[in-house]
Structure formats: C-alpha cells, structure tokens
Design a protein around this ligand. Structure first.
Ligand SMILES: CC(C)(COP(=O)(O)OP(=O)(O)OC[C@H]1O[C@@H](n2cnc3c(N)ncnc32)[C@H](O)[C@@H]1OP(=O)(O)O)[C@@H](O)C(=O)NCCC(=O)NCCS
Length: 279
C-alpha cells in the first residue's frame, strides 16, 4: 500500500504585506497566483480568515493536496476537484482520466499549526493527521499544571499518569501534546472532528524513555475502555519543535504496510508553486 507523508514550512514564505491585501491590487503576483490555483470556494474560505498565518497555512494546505495528486498520480492540476463532507473533511471528487482508479482511492488529510502544514495519504484506508507546536497554545506563560487543569476531563487516569511521570515540565507538555495529536488524528480519520469525548479515546504504549524515533511497541487504542486493534498510529517529531500523529485504519490484507515508520518528505514552497496551475 502506497503511503505518502508530506510537510512544508510556511514561516519564511512572505508573499504579501498583510491579510487585508490578499485580494486587492497590492498583493504580490506570487500570492495572487497561488490563490488563483485553488477552487473559488476555498479561495473565499481563506480570504475570510482573520489571522494572516492561518490564511497562509490554509492556502498552502490546499496547494499541497493538489500537488500530491499531480506528483504521485500524474493527475492534471486543472482537472482535480475536491469537496468536503458535512463535517468539513476534504476529499477528492474528480480527477483526470490518466490515473483515475488509483487516485480516487486515495484518502488524505491535512493539518496545520505553528507554520507547518502536513499531509498524510494512503490508498483505500481512512487517514487522519494532526500537527502541533510543542508549546502551550497561545504562548501563554503559565505553569503546565495550570494549563492542564482545563483538560482534566479529556484524558484518562492512565494517560495523566504517563503525562505527569517525568519531573521536567517540558517533558510533561510534550507527552500531553503527543496524546492530544493522537486523539485528533483519530477523530480526523473517522471524519467527525472534536465532537466526541476525547477521554473515550485512550492511548497507551508510548515509550517511557520518550524516544519515539526508535522502533517501539505499537501505540495502543482503547475506545470506551475496550481495546481496538483496527487502527495503526504513527508519532513523529517535526523540526524538533512540532509533534505529528497519523492515524490509519488497518487493512487486514496488508499488515506489512504498517511495520515501518513513514518519514515526512519536506517540500519547499517553490516546488509547490512550480506544480500549481491557475484555475
Ligand atoms: C476538524 C478539526 C478536528 C480540525 O482540527 P484543528 O486542530 O483545528 O485543525 P487541523 O489543522 O489539524 O486540521 C484542519 C484541516 O482538517 C481538515 N478537516 C476539516 N474538517 C475535518 C473533519 N471533520 N475531519 C477530518 N479533517 C477535517 C481540513 O482540511 C482542515 O484544513 P482546511 O480547512 O484548511 O482545509 C476541528 O476543527 C473540529 O473538531 N471541528 C469539529 C467538527 C465540526 O464541528 N464540524 C462541523 C459539523 S457541521
């Protein structure tokens, strides 16, 4: 089974002066070009965003999805059409004839946070992804224990035990964010978003030495306390200050696809824009 993991850092891409200039004449040619390469509905979504960094990441996310289909499945950019489920999860609706069978079986999901945009895709298998910066959201200078208070109900006792075991606050926060990303990756894979009680999705098997780069015992899932073996989870670090989790529904016919950690290919904005074509 083909597995795709792409990541792109938008921090240094500075194509326009301000969010207000996204659509007007003062925005740069590059940004106008990038916007012209995505569907008008998505263009409108992006230009409605109030925070410039959010708009930039959302735009790059849309471009990344199309670029993946062009690069990996030789689809024609102009013929790709995407839609969203009622809950907002994007999917491929239509593509060019060339690789139509393979491409339409590709399930993908994106996530963006702290300047990074990540994408995970797999053939005929539900996928969810979540990326988060390894810091207290909003850069609030509060002790981690105070930050944790608001999330008391979202984790089980055994998850809190794992989070709080290290003496170091940074390690505690990292473990908290790893669990958070795993939970989000799962709810995004099933496509519902955070409408379920997060404590009902319980993870285990994370390493006590915090070394997630070494092959370790598989991450385990319990749903409402019952072990669930139908999913595979990947946890990785991105650029030392981000955590990414990927959830994949297991295919009974292809267990080997889950044995290795799938590495993220980091793309540059220039490469992304080189694939893009105006619609
Ligand atoms: C979907 C959700 C989990 C996203 O989480 P987040 O941490 O804020 O954002 P992320 O960066 O990880 O992911 C955002 C991307 O996930 C995708 N996405 C949106 N809705 C999704 C869903 N229901 N399931 C899976 N993926 C979804 C989109 O591609 C989105 O990026 P885009 O809008 O720029 O294309 C969160 O917004 C949520 O729980 N929403 C609740 C779902 C909901 O209420 N839907 C409305 C019902 S009518």
């Amino acid at each position: 089974m083909k597995q795709i993991r792409l990541a792109i850092n938008t921090h240094h891409w500075d194509p326009s002066e301000s969010v207000e200039s996204f659509l007007n004449a003062s925005s740069t040619q590059e940004f106008q070009h990038a916007l012209s390469c995505i569907h008008p509905d998505e263009r409108a979504r992006i230009t409605r965003k109030l925070v410039r960094e959010d708009a930039k990441m959302a735009l790059v996310g849309r471009l990344l999805i199309s670029a993946m289909f062009v690069k990996e499945y030789s689809c024609s950019w102009k013929e790709l059409r995407f839609s969203r489920t009622k809950a907002g999860k994007p999917y491929l609706e239509r593509c060019s004839e060339t690789n139509v069978f393979k491409a339409t079986n590709v399930i993908f999901n994106i996530s963006h946070h702290g300047g990074w945009v990540v994408l995970a895709a797999a053939e005929s298998c539900a996928v969810g992804i979540d990326v988060m910066t390894l810091e207290i959201p909003g850069k609030r200078a509060i002790p981690v224990q105070d930050f944790f208070v608001s999330f008391q109900d979202q984790f089980t006792q055994s998850e809190w035990d794992y989070i709080n075991r290290p003496a170091d606050d940074k390690k505690k926060l990292r473990r908290f964010i790893q669990y958070w990303c795993l939970k989000e990756s799962y709810v995004k894979a099933i496509g519902v978003g955070i409408v379920v009680k997060l404590a009902s999705i319980e993870f285990g098997g994370l390493p006590e030495d915090d070394n997630i780069t070494q092959p370790n015992a598989p991450i385990t899932l319990r749903l409402n306390g019952i072990p669930n073996l139908s999913w595979h989870f990947e946890l990785s670090d991105l650029a030392d200050d981000h955590c990414v989790a990927v959830a994949l529904a297991k295919r009974p016919d292809d267990d080997s696809a889950y044995s290795d950690k799938t590495r993220f290919e980091v793309m540059q904005i220039e490469e992304l824009l080189a694939h893009a074509e105006g619609l």
